[in-house]
Ligand binder design. Structure first.
Ligand SMILES: [Zn+2]
Length: 344
């Protein structure tokens, strides 16, 4: 497994390895207000597809920019592995390329793309019940210490309870454009272009197993498979049989996830219906409260000034740790994932 350090290098490797295995390679250009990759090239979402059959494994990376590094490495590991027979593959590289270049979770408009896919009937407005009250904690105008952050979060947890708080913070909001977990005010460029081409790629496919790769939630170096269905659904049973105990329903008591508005899985379900079985795959890195504090600080630096390079390297370390202990665990987790796919 190769751990690249820049988007442009990761993309070039993805494309060239895809060509080596005979995959069809394609890309969509993302304008991102004229911004570019590290090497000055255009930002793209890249596709690699190969194989025959009416079932398809789809693996996507980088919906959350910086989280795309480990996703890209996993996609390349899949290309290097022995594919399952009678099955098609579609890999989608860097859905938010700008975020990957900038080591941000959000895109060029500060939008969390996993909160951006609202259905046609929904308005880009509103926030979870407690978000407004937490605005000062989540989106402060000034820098504050770890102790102060922990004290203030602990107070909020005592007042509202951990589960409602998690929901209020991360469920997605549409009222604070500079705030965390902002879902935007329209469907963003990347998501819009992606939704346009997807049906073409999956024409004639009867069964889609979709793995959307992320990092930053769950136990250090381990993969958790999050499913947007309840624990008593047939889908939960089917995917647990394939991927084991690591599958968690979004609603699971004590689980790491939370329900979101405007999520990618819900948007894909709208398009593909019953043909789709989708798992959001999360490589764990650090405890949730550390990740949250870092996101608060980084967002504050971007909007209110501060040491941008320092914030970037903190993001890299939080979502794509450099240390060999994490990388070894992540590699093993990726290998297990790919092994589970061989039985599809
Ligand atoms: Zn993510």
């Amino acid at each position: 497994m190769v751990f690249e350090q820049s988007y442009a290098v990761a993309r070039a490797a993805f494309r060239s390895e895809a060509k080596q295995i005979g995959a069809e390679v394609d890309s969509i250009i993302i304008d991102a207000d004229g911004q570019r990759a590290e090497d000055g090239s255009e930002l793209t979402i890249d596709f690699a597809s190969w194989g025959e059959g009416d079932r398809c494994v789809v693996m996507s990376s980088g919906l959350h920019g910086v989280e795309g590094y480990i996703g890209s490495a996993t996609q390349r590991l899949l290309m290097a592995s022995k594919p399952a027979k009678g099955c098609r593959y579609l890999l989608i590289h860097a859905i938010n390329p700008w975020g990957m270049v900038q080591f941000r979770r959000v895109n060029e408009s500060n939008v969390d793309l996993n909160r951006n896919f609202l259905s046609a009937e929904e308005d880009y407005a509103g926030s979870p019940e407690h978000y407004g009250r937490l605005n000062g904690l989540l989106n402060p105008m000034r820098r504050f210490s770890r102790v102060e952050f922990l004290a203030r979060s602990a107070w909020q947890i005592l007042r509202h309870g951990y589960e409602p708080l998690k929901q209020a913070i991360a469920g997605g909001q549409y009222d604070y454009p500079q705030g965390l977990f902002w879902g935007g005010n329209r469907l963003e460029e990347g998501p819009a272009k992606l939704l346009e081409v997807l049906p073409g790629y999956l024409k004639g496919v009867k069964d889609i197993l979709w793995l959307d790769l992320h990092s930053g939630l769950g136990a250090h170096g381990e993969l958790t498979y999050l499913l947007e269905a309840s624990t008593d659904s047939a889908l939960y049973e089917r995917l647990s049989a394939q991927f084991g105990k690591k599958v968690q329903a979004w609603n699971q008591e004590g689980g790491v996830a939370y329900a979101i508005r405007g999520g990618f899985p819900a948007a894909l379900e709208q398009v593909f219906g019953d043909r789709l079985a989708m798992l959001t795959c999360e490589y764990g890195t650090r405890p949730a409260v550390d990740i949250l504090r870092l996101l608060v600080l980084e967002n504050q630096v971007v909007h209110h000034g501060g040491h941008r390079e320092g914030a970037k390297s903190a993001m890299r370390q939080a979502f794509y740790p450099k240390d060999s202990a994490w990388r070894n665990k992540a590699r093993r987790s990726a290998e297990e994932l790919i092994q589970a796919l061989a039985t599809y």
